[in-house]
Design a protein around this ligand. Structure first.
Ligand code: ATP
Length: 323
């Protein structure tokens, strides 16, 4: 009988629980013994590995976060750390590992598979910056949270004729900011992939008022060159000259905690089931994601050695639509 373990690593994302549930139940259906690793790679190194039955993953599909806990673990980035993890799995007779997580987590999965251990990845991060999956688990729910915040800010912005800035997550990738900005009809969008001059943004907001708009909303990714703090400072210093105030809201971890929407529950379920399928077929060292609407396996070396590009034409479109 096969013993397969699952872990969640890096930032938690709504829909991870749906993936865990699908992995455990499809694995049990194949006659395997299933195990959960608590607290990501850190728990793998310290041996926090426990059996998971069908009932253990009951009542979690509607919950955000991850029932297994997640962690960031520097030790796993060393070969010595990974050897300790391998020893723990050997001790428990674990013959395969499924890793649910983003870029860093899949790099860890790749390193482990290079040491000869069977690993399958599941694409999950709210940043949507993972090569090998057009959309990753958690993005849709996080975007809906950001969108609701934009819609709410627009109402109060219109009432008070104020400019509002909303900072959303995205250290290196502006996907969330761009898409939420488009869906929310933002007047300006600032992302890490493109430099934006605060003076130009101020001019765009001024134009929005001159064109008869009652509100002006900027959506900025936290990793943009001028993020919420930078913009707030700029508008404070130049307040007299610019002629209006900027109110800043940072969404922060509120975006992560939402109950997963239907899309992320289904995506998590499908990718989880596809991961056990891949493991059964001996298709190891791959990431399960969706490409052009289909579930697809991409070799982990391709995943970690490629960067997913953002379609910057959408930024240009957003500028046109903001007029
Ligand atoms: P998110 O995109 O949501 O932040 P992530 O998976 O990219 O998720 P990271 O913090 O980048 O999150 O990585 C999670 C963990 O993956 C790290 O704490 C580390 O244990 C492991 N990891 C990252 N890079 C490597 C590496 N080069 N080699 C081995 N393990 C790594």
């Amino acid at each position: 009988m096969k013993r397969i373990a699952v872990l969640t690593s890096g930032g938690d994302a709504p829909g991870m629980n749906a993936a865990i549930r699908a992995i455990v139940r499809t694995g049990l259906d194949k006659g395997w013994e299933m195990f959960g690793v608590h607290n990501g790679y850190s728990g793998l190194i310290s041996g926090e590995i426990a059996p998971l039955g069908a009932r253990d993953v009951g009542g979690i599909i509607q919950k955000g976060g991850t029932m297994l806990g997640s962690a960031r673990c520097r030790e796993f980035e060393t070969e010595e750390g990974r050897r300790k993890a391998l020893a723990q799995m050997e001790q428990q007779g674990i013959g395969g590992l499924i890793v649910i997580g983003g870029n860093g987590s899949q790099t860890g999965a790749y390193e482990l598979s290079r040491m000869g251990f069977p690993v399958v990845g599941v694409a999950s991060t709210i940043d949507n910056d993972l090569y090998g999956s057009d959309i990753t688990i958690g993005v849709q729910t996080a975007m809906d949270v950001a969108l609701e915040a934009i819609d709410r800010l627009k109402v109060t912005a219109s009432s008070h004729h104020r400019a509002f800035l909303l900072e959303v997550m995205g250290r290196k990738c502006g996907y969330l900011a761009l898409m939420a900005g488009i869906a929310g009809g933002a007047e300006a969008i600032m992302i890490p992939e493109q430099k934006t001059d605060p003076e130009k943004v101020a001019a765009d907001l001024r134009k929005a008022y001159d064109n008869g708009k009652a509100h002006a909303i900027i959506v900025v990714a936290e990793g943009a060159q001028n993020n919420a703090d930078g913009m707030a400072q700029y508008f404070q210093i130049h307040r007299e000259r610019l002629g209006f105030e900027l109110r800043v809201t940072k969404l922060g971890h509120v975006q992560r905690g939402g109950s997963p929407g239907s899309f992320d529950r289904i995506l998590g379920t499908q990718l989880g089931a596809a991961a056990t399928e891949a493991m059964e077929k001996g298709n190891k060292g791959v990431l399960m994601g969706t490409i052009k609407g289909e579930i697809a396996a991409t070799p982990l070396d391709v995943v970690v050695n490629n960067k997913k590009d953002l379609d910057l034409r959408l930024l240009e479109l957003a500028k046109v639509l903001a007029t």
